[in-house]
Design a protein around this ligand. Structure first.
Ligand code: ADP
Ligand code: MG
Ligand code: ZN
Length: 482
């Protein structure tokens, strides 16, 4: 028995981030009641004419460019015919040939550190179906068409993936990219990013692909991993016992963590694709292409290496990259006060958590980049202590006021006045004779305890550096002139 090698290809569906549906003006936002966001077009009334949403074409173009694919100047919509209760037209409007995008790919870093390029076959536009909802109480299946006609892109890979881990890494990377580009909102639990997984086995090194099975509609990274591992085990078992793998469409039962046949090849669909006569070819003009190319943010690789060159720590970097709108805010702040490390820390420890809590994007926060930069500057210059900065931050974030004004109003500026500092230092020395004796016996580390006491005396207002100097002056009389 030769060693068997898994071969995996993915068909990913991402819901495009548009306000309205692909061929009508109905909203794509979640509705309170079933069948409220519907019209003649998306409910499939005979004779109703679809009209293509430009925004969907723009978003698809953005995805194709970012993934290094070729944007086809003209592409066609086709009818993909099948019967399903939640598909009122009796066909899905999809693209067969040519699709809006061809080729492209995504680079993965394998656990071994080597890179692997996962090629894309195509990216096409299509509309989503409605939903069947089972009403347990009345034992009836109901149809909700709110989702019918929602715009999707389908991204089809070549069979280049070799393990569940590679497949999951690929999906996470793809999702992050599309969310960062605002192509999709990518919420898995809402089904805004989901995929079908195709799997086969072949003898190691063989150029011929084996018979594949396809697991439909997975919307969790964990389920993708479990489904692939299960299917690899199942197919391996078949090969080992001399049985053939049947070409099948499978459903993953996540409660039992196993796959089950949905339908087999005998009843495989013949979609009878034909060009959709109600829609003209999709045109991506050179102007649109140029606008999209210009609007693309730095690639993840470029952004990461830029942040590395600024000396940011990995966790700070990840925090900023993965928070939508944070890289732009960070850049604006840096232009005003170029101290990446300090600003990176302020962003991850204070600013981004506050944004998350308030449900605001960085660009919507009242606290503008100039004022966050000012806060960093006050910290850097020692005019404000870290504790005070943390203390005023909620106010600063809520009001968007200038930190200097707020610090003065609250009397939080650090005291570096030497008379006040020596008073505090003297009181601390008098109150802690044992620690002072230890210090003078050579246990210099105890100094930080004493500095802490000065900070306490001053209720956090003392400049810690100046406090240290005042204490040293008292404790090391030889240093003191006269
Ligand atoms: P269909 O549209 O009928 O599902 P496609 O040929 O478009 O089939 O392929 C769909 C997906 O299946 C692609 O991601 C492709 O890479 C993958 N695929 C095709 N053949 C195999 C195979 N033998 N093993 C694993 N994946 C495969
Ligand atoms: Mg398929
Ligand atoms: Zn509609």
């Amino acid at each position: 028995m030769p060693n068997l090698e898994p071969v995996i290809g993915l068909e990913v569906h991402a819901q495009l981030n548009t306000r309205t549906k692909l061929f009508c003006a109905c909203p794509t936002s979640p509705a309170e009641e079933p069948n409220t966001y519907i019209c003649e077009v998306c409910a499939g009334h005979p004779g109703a004419l679809p009209r293509l949403n430009d925004k969907a074409v723009e978003l698809a173009t953005k995805a194709i460019v970012a993934l290094g694919g070729q944007v086809n100047a003209y592409s066609l919509f086709s009818r993909k015919n099948y019967f399903y209760p939640d598909l009122p037209n009796g066909f899905q409007t999809s693209q067969l040939d040519p699709p809006v995008g061809s080729g492209g790919g995504l680079r993965l870093t394998l656990p071994t550190g080597t890179e692997k390029y996962i090629r894309l076959n195509r990216i096409h536009l299509e509309d989503d179906a409605g939903k069947c909802v089972h009403d347990e109480k009345r034992d009836r299946t109901l149809v909700d068409l709110n989702r019918a006609g929602t715009p999707l892109i389908e991204i089809v890979t070549e069979p280049d993936l070799s393990s569940s881990r590679e497949a999951v890494d690929f999906l996470k990377k793809l999702r992050n990219l599309l969310v960062r580009l605002e192509v999709t909102r990518g919420r898995l639990e809402e089904g805004e990013f989901r995929c079908d997984v195709n799997i086969s086995l072949k003898p190691q090194g063989s150029p011929t692909l084996g018979v594949r099975t396809e697991i439909k509609n997975l919307n969790s990274f964990r389920f993708v991993g479990q489904a692939i591992d299960y299917e690899i085990r199942r197919q391996t078992g078949l090969y080992e016992s001399g049985q053939a793998v049947e070409q099948q469409t499978l459903h993953f039962d996540h409660l039992k963590a196993e796959t089950r046949p949905l339908r087999s090849k005998e009843e495989a669909h013949d979609y009878r694709y034909f060009p959709q006569p109600d829609l003209p070819p999709v045109r991506v003009s050179p102007e649109l292409l140029a606008t999209v190319e210009k609007s693309l943010p730095l690639s993840l690789e470029a952004l990461t290496s830029h942040y590395q060159s600024l000396g940011l720590k990995a966790e700070v970097m990840e925090n900023i990259i993965n928070h939508h709108g944070a890289p732009t805010y960070f850049e604006e702040t840096l232009k005003i006060f170029p101290d990446p490390k300090r600003l990176g820390t302020l962003m991850t420890e204070l600013f981004l958590p506050a944004c998350r809590q308030a449900g605001l994007e960085p660009g919507q926060a009242l606290l503008r980049p100039a004022h966050l930069a000012k806060l960093a500057q006050l910290l850097a210059e020692g005019q404000l202590g870290k504790r005070a900065a943390y203390e005023i931050f909620p106010d600063l974030f809520a009001s968007g006021s200038n930190p200097e004004t707020l610090i003065q109003a609250k009397g939080l500026a650090l005291v570096s006045d030497s008379a006040a500092l020596s008073d505090w230092a003297r009181a601390v020395v008098a109150a802690h004779p044992a620690e002072v004796a230890k210090y003078q016996a050579g246990q210099k580390k105890i100094l930080s305890f004493l500095v802490g006491q000065v900070m306490r005396q001053s209720h956090g207002a003392a400049d810690p550096q100046k406090a240290t100097q005042a204490l040293e002056a008292l404790l090391n009389p030889t240093d003191q002139p006269g």
